[in-house]
Write a protein that binds this ligand. Structure first.
Ligand SMILES: Nc1ncnc2c1ncn2[C@@H]1O[C@H](COP(=O)(O)OP(=O)(O)OP(=O)(O)O)[C@@H](O)[C@H]1O
Ligand SMILES: [Mg+2]
Length: 474
């Protein structure tokens, strides 16, 4: 949370500037909203309670950076963050997802976040324990003190002939210098030198694979999230330990993960996660315009859309939501809603909901000059992405200034002639432009290619001139 202190509104905007071109008003709004939360936390409890976050409604055409701003904001703030699509809750066919699930998912994100932070600090201890357990498995009965830990003599040394003095047999314990203790130390040394990596031991597995909670952080949609929750629950609940043969190399990972799990104080983690979610959590509701209904035609779809708005309302206003990890109060969670609003308008949302998003920011549509900068400036700029991709094949591409100029112009041109899809147009242009090189790159190792204005014109000539063709290709 110390980093939060350093995140002044200016610093936040500067950070966002590294990825998103323009849209200064939106950046300022989110920066202020974020800052107000750390300001609030410093206040006396009486007054702190009354300060609700100023939720933001971002309005702007498609592909101009709404989602991108939210995504970057989440990364840099270190706050529990969840992005949902409002349309998810209206899906026809099966009953739309229950709206409270967004808070449950946010809590899962918060928990995963706190847990992995805690675990980072416990890694050393887990590794130390793993070494002891591995030694137990390699040399049953040699641990001096507390043979507890439920890991009895379950070790089955691998078939591979022991390269050194045979494993000590319990009972021969007190016979001089070759006692179990010293054998254990010899093995420890070999283990550390990596000489036993291919030995096979039998480990008990409660859970499989890599530390599973990490999936929360990377899960891109609710379904993924739900699946991983289910998986983890299964692993824990259905947790009769299984025995599994594994090399020392693999066993170590399994044991460390398991120890990390044991070392984390679940209660404390939940407590901290809840604090963070309640005070710092951000929910980004995308496509909010798709649940706005335009008055008169109260068809089935509209009813369900309005229903979703009504369901969202109490959550945004502040209510208590029961999650697997306890009850979460949503009063101070920041909600950022976004939508293109090209069919409906913000005023088509039910008034109560409109009132809950007092801060409106409009994002501007992008023009050729913006495109030029988007192609070049962001840390993850498209030109850089493609250059890196092709570099893996040994092909070096670079773009001349005129080529960039030309691509930006064409992107703007096609956007104005056909659908305006904002910066996403650059993706289609890039694909079409580099299609040939991408296809042949594997045979072109060692070449350096400069993309010139002529090359751009040559490659894109047909598509740009032929409306019909460009409809399909760009
Ligand atoms: N201002 C910008 N600067 C840099 N990149 C941008 C900008 N606007 C959009 N992009 C890029 O264009 C793509 C689409 O942007 P984004 O997902 O933010 O669109 P959006 O505004 O949320 O649109 P939609 O209404 O369709 O959801 C992303 O790859 C993003 O990086
Ligand atoms: Mg979006």
């Amino acid at each position: 949370m110390k980093e939060l202190e350093a995140l002044t509104p200016k610093a936040i905007v500067a950070e966002l500037d590294r990825y998103i071109i323009g849209q200064q008003r939106a950046k300022r709004a989110v920066a202020i909203a974020l800052r107000n939360r750390s300001r609030r936390i410093k206040l006396a409890p009486e007054i702190r309670e009354d300060i609700a976050p100023k939720n933001i409604l971002m309005i702007g055409p498609t592909g101009v950076g709404k989602t991108e701003i939210a995504r970057r904001l989440a990364k840099l703030s270190g706050a529990p963050f969840l992005k949902v699509e409002a349309t998810k809750y209206t899906e026809v066919g099966y009953v739309g997802r229950d709206v409270e699930s967004m808070i449950r998912d946010l809590m899962a994100v918060g928990y995963a976040m706190v847990k992995s932070e805690t675990q980072a600090g416990l890694r050393g201890e887990a590794e130390r324990r793993a070494e002891e357990i591995l030694l137990d498995l390699l040399l049953p009965g040699t641990r001096e003190r507390n043979p507890a830990s439920g890991r009895g003599p379950s070790a089955v040394p691998g078939d591979a002939a022991p390269a050194i003095t045979g494993p000590a047999i319990p009972g021969q314990a007190d016979s001089g210098g070759e006692g179990p203790a010293s054998t254990r130390e010899k093995f420890r040394a070999m283990l550390r030198e990596g000489k036993l990596e291919d030995r096979v031991v039998e480990v008990q597995v409660q859970r499989q694979g890599p530390p599973s909670f990490e999936v929360f952080a990377g899960a891109s949609n609710l379904e993924d999230l739900e699946m991983s929750v289910a998986n983890i629950t299964n692993m824990i609940a259905g947790g009769r330990p299984k025995r599994k043969q594994a090399t020392v190399r693999d066993a170590r990972g399994i044991i460390i993960a398991e120890q990390l799990d044991k070392l984390v104080d679940h209660e404390k983690t939940v407590e901290e996660a809840r604090r963070r979610v309640e005070e710092l959590g951000i929910v980004f509701i995308d496509e909010i315009d798709k649940i706005a209904s335009r008055g008169e035609r109260a068809g089935g779809q509209d009813v369900s859309r309005e229903g979703v708005q009504r369901d969202i309302l109490p959550i945004v206003e502040g209510s208590k939501v029961t999650t697997k990890l306890g009850v979460v109060d949503t009063t101070h969670i920041l909600f950022i809603a976004a939508g293109a609003f090209n069919v409906s308008k913000p005023s088509d949302l039910i008034p109560e909901l409109q009132g809950r998003f007092p801060l409106r920011v409009e994002l501007e549509s992008l023009h050729a000059e913006d495109f030029r900068r988007i192609l070049l400036e962001p840390k993850n700029a498209l030109t850089r992405q493609y250059a890196e991709l092709l570099a893996t094949e040994g092909v070096n591409i670079s773009f001349s200034d005129e080529a960039i100029e030309r691509m930006s112009f064409l992107a703007a041109e096609v956007n104005s002639r056909m659908e305006n899809i904002g910066a996403r147009r650059l993706h289609t242009i890039m694909e079409a432009l580099l299609e040939d090189i991408s296809f042949n790159a594997s045979e072109m190792g060692g070449q350096s290619i400069e993309i010139t204005r002529e090359y751009v014109d040559e490659r894109l000539k047909d598509v740009v001139q032929d409306q019909d063709l460009s409809r399909y290709i760009l």
